[in-house]
Design a protein. Sequence first.
Length: 479
Amino acid sequence: MTLEVEPRVYRRASQLLDAVSSSTGSRFHWNVKDPFVLGELVTPLLILPGSALVTGSLDPGVVVFSLALFALLASWRLTHQRLVSGIAATGSVLRRVSLSYAIASAVSVATGAGSMSTLLSVTVTAVPFLMSAHALLRVGERAARRRHSKRKTLVVGGGEIARRVISVLAAHSEYGLEVVGAVDDDARFIPAELGTKVLGGLSDLPKLVRATEAKVVIVAYSAGDQKAMVGTLREIVAKGASVWIVPRLFELGWRGLNGDHIWGLPVMHLRSPAQYRPQWALKRLFDVVLTATGVLILSPLLFLITAAVYFDLGRPILHRQRRVTRGGIQFEMLKFRTMRVTDHKVETTEWAADRERMSRLGCFLRATCLDELPQLFNVLRGDMSLVGPRPERPHFVNVFSDLYREYDARHRLPAGLTGWAQIHGLRGDTSIEERAAFDNFYIENWSLSKDMRIIMRTLLVLAKRTGTPSRQNDHNAYH
């Protein structure tokens, strides 16, 4: 089946994704110049001189413990903001101290270096030390917020909840937030009743954030289109603004990992884009190490498949096709060829596989997903990641982006060899809208641990695949 459309109806992928690529183009900065944030980050490192002063020597296990605790607390702190106080909660500290102790213990046992009793003593005293230091920093932080200039804040909404937020922030200086205006399409209250002036509608929000130099945006319900607001909030978060959202039905109780409160009113912090979190720097290293290892292990299999394709279909061995990855960038994706060569236009617009052109070997390779193995080299070249939204052809990116509102948003991260949608059975000839929803869920909730779980589940799915000629629910020739 060939899916063709009038060229003038659909925009090019690069045009469709301008908003996404531009919003992710500017680097997100953490405010590490804040002395209280710096103080919290440095506190775990003070364990080293303290331990050396008490014991008279620097224990290797304590060094590993201190560095691990620093890395774990810094990674958490730089991606989790709080309104009332920026100091880490007790539970977060305890979990990271326990994990640091486990890491240091494993290193000490493996190397035979360091004293386990010293490490245990340092771990036990680390918790009260950290909590005491954090309490002092919290007192200093609150005092500084009252004395120094406040962060400019925009409130999205013009109803009762927005008025409550504006009133609380005006009365409680410890939050350090100064409301400079409200934004809503149809404010319920006039400025005098709301407590601040209404600066414009939701579509004006990115422009107003720049014009007012607002550092914080609080979404307190709104009369505007909620779906349209999603893209707007993603844009201003990518530009560096801190966005907090009052959840719906909060009266029934609400608690989240990124949650806080404004004088009893629950709010959720919108996390920064995945590529601007500390863990993101490790994703590429993770890809390269794991992929290079996979290529070495699978090299005999790659050679056998290459020879089999040559004798079955001749040259070319590889099927090369233009696909779209992060920000609308196109690249040449590699696969083992499974069908006889046909017209280029057919390959770029054909959605369902032509079984008459597929060889028996091709059916087997597709049934076992072995035809995807050359994409390991795409990962090594940096075209793709091991985990991410599956890449699509430019023609279909144009089509699907106009048909489904959230489709183009899935290009905020690099394309992947496998993904969250694929391990849930959404591959081949399945719902594009559902695939986009799964891809965007993955993007919003990305973490290295999620990548690892997806890879493990992908391997389990592949191990269970038996038999031949056809993939279940997979009639797409190029997925």
